[in-house]
Design a protein around this ligand. Structure first.
Ligand code: WT7
Length: 655
């Protein structure tokens, strides 16, 4: 049972690990002690224990030319062999690797032996299409087993994948294909979303279409999975059906060993300015930290657990915690193709019940949308298999944290709030569920072997309780190795600010509390300065969401003549609240509420009640657009919004 601890207060509760959980936890205090005694020896041991090295490394870290790190660099391994063949060789070939649940209700389970065979066939096909070590392969697929097999087949060849989220447009896809110089694209006719077959192949055709400027694209072949059966245009000679070529290949393929620093993938992420950055990750260090964190943060017992991470492979979470971490650890996992609410709002909970999911990793935005629908939906399913919950992507407000634990986790499951980034490759800050007393809203402690600090602009640590900049003070195994094709931008973006100290600047604001736990305050560009006081958008949002009327809230700092910046809030109300009440007078009430919760300085200048918030396809609120509305400007570029019509609706509701 959970317990409140001494020193905890009603507004700052802590939850000790359940006793039976702590007694059997994978990660005990000894790993913290080992890591703090000798960080490099710790990572050396983790890497040797968790991975198979064809050529064992003798060097752990080469940091002689910072910020270009080399980890385990004279070792050799094959990433796909580590995720597949070795589990089969160890006698676990019959263990389920993937339980696939399609949105229309079709399902398929693949054992490690089956997935290994499939990946070998796909690797043979790709070789036949001319893919070799170092070549780039773009992957534009729905969440189907073929997607996971594709990433692993590319990795097996020592080639580099660049996954583009299936929700991105043809233009975005083209920009990414061009930047990486991809030789092959793997796609599908379409995938299922919201009950419909949503086409993918036309976007690929458009992305590869003649540019009319005589420029020759780099793509030679497109490998196409048939998922929905919808009509596709066919470019003979270029396009190849997966079902024509993959089953025809033998399920034999020798996994060559590649150097630890062989590039594994590029993944594009948006920066503060226009052009997306191709974040580059390599093999041995990345796989070490992905496997280590997946095992220890999620308390994984591969023989018993059924793990589910709801992220799409189009994002880093899907790379590290659907593909590489879980498979390196020999886990059994669920992958789900579609939207959470199709055919009805309880779909995710049906999936948990059907497969007996024990570990569930998702995003706060999803938790809040379930809150909005009400607890009766999950409560009508059997969720008793769940024993650990995880959160990632943004700070989880204590209100959502508590709902997640109470309603989904039966009031007892630990929740690990994991802070990391596309750039960090793997989890950096998180509770370890068997030993950390949990604090809702705080990501808490750097994982063993990771060193972070909260510093001021000169790199000096700030006092506990004060806001500052989050930095990594030492290199880590899964750190990005660069921005594809742009080493200067890599240095400029992440390392220049604290060049004299060699700190990596994460772009996030944070503070340490009296116990030294880390509280993320949002991206630095989202931290407001009101009358010289530092305020967090996340903190005010959390306060707003704690009000019984509020389902979701976004706060921006708008320019203000007197106070520098002023707090402007956009709020979505709960349907259940509106059934009993009207929204009249509520804006004023919410202003006062925030003033009460945090202090008068945090009281929003304006509270706008709106029907929707502008979100990217990965669920991040685009505050930049809300700032435009708050400052009465014309709304800027809405291209990366999941639904581009949202902004005109919001503008109309505000004016
Ligand atoms: C940014 C990175 C890491 C995979 C998903 C997002 C924010 C991420 C947390 C968390 C507070 C978080 C940060 C970070 N973020 N996790 N647990 N608490 N903030 O990857 O798209 O590269 O975004 O997401 O602001 O910098 P990403």
């Amino acid at each position: 049972m959970s317990s409140h601890l001494e020193g905890a207060t009603a507004s700052n509760p802590r939850f000790a690990p359940p006793m039976d959980f702590a007694a059997q936890a994978v990660a005990g205090r000894e790993i913290q002690e080992q890591a703090s005694a000798d960080r490099l020896a710790f990572w050396e041991k983790q890497s040797r224990d968790l991975l198979h090295w064809d050529t064992p490394f003798t060097r752990v870290l080469d940091w002689s030319t910072p910020p270009f790190a080399r980890w385990f660099d004279d070792g050799e391994l094959n990433v796909a062999y580590n995720c597949l063949d070795r589990h089969v060789e160890a006698g676990n070939g019959d263990r389920i690797a993937l339980h696939f649940e399609g949105e229309p209700g079709d399902s398929r389970s693949l054992t490690y032996a089956e997935l290994t065979s499939e990946v070998k066939r796909v690797a043979n096909v790709l070789e036949g299409l001319g893919v070799g070590p170092g070549d780039r392969v773009a992957i534009y697929l729905p969440m189907i087993p073929e997607a996971i097999a594709s990433l692993l087949a590319v990795a097996r060849l020592g080639a580099i994948h660049s996954v583009v989220f299936g929700g991105f447009s043809a233009d975005s896809l083209r920009a990414r294909i061009d930047d990486a110089g991809a030789k092959v694209v793997i796609t599908a006719d379409g995938g299922y979303r919201k009950g419909r077959a949503s086409a993918l192949k036309p976007a690929v055709d458009q992305a590869l279409a003649d540019r009319g400027n005589g420029e020759q694209g780099t793509v030679e072949h497109v490998l196409v999975v048939r998922r929905t059966g919808q009509e596709v245009e066919w470019n003979a000679g270029r396009d190849v059906w997966w079902h024509d070529v993959v089953p025809a290949e033998p399920a034999t393929h020798e996994a060559r060993a590649f150097p630890a620093e062989n590039p594994l993938f590029i993944l594009y992420t948006s920066g503060t300015t226009g052009k997306p950055k191709g974040i580059l990750h390599t093999s041995g260090g990345y796989l070490t930290q992905a496997a280590f964190t997946h095992k220890n943060v999620f308390d994984l017992r591969p023989e018993n657990d059924v793990y589910w991470c709801s992220a799409d492979i189009g994002w880093i979470t899907g790379h590290s915690y659907v593909v590489y971490g879980p498979l390196a650890n020999g886990a059994t996992q669920v992958i789900y193709e579609g939207t959470p609410d199709h055919p009805e709002p309880g779909r995710w909970w049906d999936v948990v019940e059907k497969y007996g999911v024990t570990i569930f990793y998702t995003a706060p935005t999803a938790v809040r949308s379930f809150m909005k629908q009400g607890r009766s939906i999950p409560q009508s399913r059997d969720l008793s298999s769940l024993r650990l919950l995880g959160s990632v992507g943004e700070p989880i407000n204590p209100e959502a944290w508590k709902w997640f634990r109470d309603v989904i986790g039966a009031g007892v499951t630990p929740i690990v709030d994991t802070w990391w980034q596309t750039e960090t490759g793997a989890i950096m800050i998180s509770a370890l569920p068997g030993i950390t007393d949990l604090k809702p809203g705080s990501a808490q402690v750097p994982i063993p072997g990771i060193s972070v600090a909260v510093v001021d602009e000169t790199g000096e640590p700030v006092a506990r309780g004060d806001g500052g900049l989050l930095v990594a003070t030492e290199p880590w195994p899964s750190m990005l190795r660069g921005i594809w094709g742009d080493p200067e931008r890599f240095v400029e973006t992440y390392w220049k600010m604290f060049a004299d100290r060699g700190y990596y600047f994460a772009g996030d604001g944070a503070r340490l509390d009296e116990d030294g736990d880390v509280w993320l305050l949002g991206r630095v560009d989202d931290v407001m300065n009101v009358s010289g006081h530092r305020l967090s958008t996340a903190e005010i949002e959390s306060a707003l969401v704690a009000h019984p009327a509020t389902a979701e809230a976004a706060v921006v700092g708008a320019n203000d003549e007197t106070t520098g910046q002023a707090v402007v809030a956009f709020v979505i109300l709960k349907e259940s609240y509106l059934k009993e009440n009207t929204a009249e007078g509520l804006a004023g009430e919410l202003r006062g509420w925030v003033g009460e919760q945090i202090g008068p300085i945090a009281r929003p200048r304006d509270v706008y009640i709106v029907g929707e918030l502008p979100k990217t396809r990965s669920g991040k609120i685009m505050r930049r657009l809300l700032r435009d509305v708050a400052e009465g400007r014309e709304v800027g570029d809405t291209q990366t919004l999941a639904d581009t019509s949202v902004m005109s609706v919001i503008t109309a509701q505000v004016r």
